[in-house]
Design a protein around this ligand. Structure first.
Ligand SMILES: *Cc1c(COP(=O)(O)O)cnc(C)c1O
Length: 396
């Protein structure tokens, strides 16, 4: 893999080291023209005929298959649409249906809050006496039991990068009759995932983080082949119907993954994602993983030697981490704002975590070295200790 070549495919602002591709991926250079073409040649010239002529209606599954290659999904079992929170709700509702006699949804306290909020909302709506139970991430395996209906986890922790063993947990869950829902928000495009090999049941994820689909890019959902024909879509919108244009008054689920579609796809966002996937189509995920580990290890070693007051929040063992590295510091917010002002973009997650994403498609050793040097300077000079760096913004 030639990562200098992939770096050249992105627009990276002059003087900026962007270590936040885990939160919002940067702009591929081809995206603006690709979106403009959809706007002018397709929307502008074709108008409503674009749904057929430009393939707009087929985009969610066509793009789904290209994402599917990165996450080890069988062809034809991934579709796109809506936001990740919505896809979590859909996957969880379908998973609960597969275990109607059990009452517990198990998740962990490292999960992203929206996943837990959506689960709590669903539990409330169903009114079947279901319980959402969260345990510490390291206690998940020991908490599996025959009373649990669904195990719902995010594979890679959004704050620390700590990674669950998807294969082992899925197997242990299945041995007890538990259905699994995996959130791949910080996995897809970050490391190799093997959904089919793990025998995963449902998976979801977003495309605006590592996949570089742009702000507001649609989420994806995977349903295992063995479930898809019997999965009941909780969000039974017209585009998940077997024949949307028959306009039947009664809902009949579409064949296969199509039934997980809800409403009109975001055509302009999918044009942007299409341009990003042109880059991903040629990426070898094992090579990407090796490079992500090398960059992360270099950053940890550099920060620990230059900034002893920062404490590693991520697992030290690279095999237990995704593609991000976090450090604790009580003044983490202010330090991160000082870093951003100096052109090194990471982010802050409450209460005290400074988070840095390593995205090998456009970050290289030179970026890592410079980021360490700038951080070391900020710590040495206490540049962060100024009022303007302590003012909290709405988005951290
Ligand atoms: C980023 C992220 C989300 C965000 O959900 P949206 O509906 O796309 O805003 C949800 N869950 C996890 C685990 C995430 O990392």
């Amino acid at each position: 893999m030639d990562f200098a070549a992939t770096k050249a495919l992105f627009h990276l602002p002059e003087g900026m080291i962007y270590l936040d591709g885990n939160s919002l991926g940067p702009l591929p250079k081809a995206t603006a023209a690709r979106v403009a073409k959809t706007v002018t040649d397709e929307w502008g010239e074709m108008l409503i005929t674009g749904w057929n002529k430009a393939g707009w209606m087929a985009q969610p599954t066509a793009l789904g298959d290209r994402i599917g290659r990165l996450i080890g999904a069988e062809a034809g079992h991934v579709t796109l649409g809506d936001t990740l929170s919505i896809k979590v709700y859909q996957a969880l509702a379908s998973a609960i249906d597969l275990n109607p006699d059990r009452k517990v949804i198990l998740s962990d306290t490292g999960n992203f809050p929206s996943d837990l909020y959506m689960a709590a909302g669903l539990v409330g709506s169903l009114g079947r006496g279901l319980e959402l139970r969260t345990v510490a991430p390291e206690d998940v395996m020991a908490s599996l039991s025959k009373g649990i209906a669904v195990l719902m986890l995010t594979q890679v922790d959004y704050r620390t990068g700590r990674m669950h063993d998807m294969a082992a947990l899925t197997k242990a869950a299945h041995d007890l009759g538990i259905v699994t829902v995996w959130d791949l928000a910080h996995s897809a495009g970050a490391l190799p995932v093997d959904l089919a090999g793990c025998n995963a049941d449902f998976a979801v994820g977003c495309t605006y983080k590592y996949l570089n689909g742009g702000p507001g890019a649609p989420a994806f959902i995977y349903v295992a082949p063995r479930h898809v024909a019997t999965t009941r879509p909780a969000l039974s919108g017209w585009l998940g119907h077997a024949a949307p244009f028959a306009f039947d008054l009664d809902y009949r689920a579409g064949t296969g993954i199509e039934r997980m579609r809800v409403g009109t796809p975001p055509v302009l966002q999918m044009a942007a994602l299409d341009a990003a996937m042109d880059i991903w189509d040629s990426v070898d995920m094992d090579a990407l993983r090796a490079r992500s580990i090398a960059l992360s290890e270099a950053f940890i070693a550099g920060v620990e030697s230059a900034c002893p007051e920062l404490r590693l929040a991520s697992p030290r063992d690279a095999n237990m981490r995704g593609s991000q590295v976090s450090f604790h510091h009580p003044e983490g917010y202010a330090i991160m704002q000082a870093l951003i002002a100096a052109g090194v973009i990471g982010d802050f997650r409450a209460p005290d975590i400074m988070r840095f994403g390593f995205t090998p498609l456009f970050i290289d050793e030179g970026d890592v070295g410079r980021a360490v040097d700038i951080l070391a300077e900020i710590m040495r000079d206490r540049t962060w200790d100024q009022p303007q760096f302590k003012q909290r913004a709405a988005v951290t």
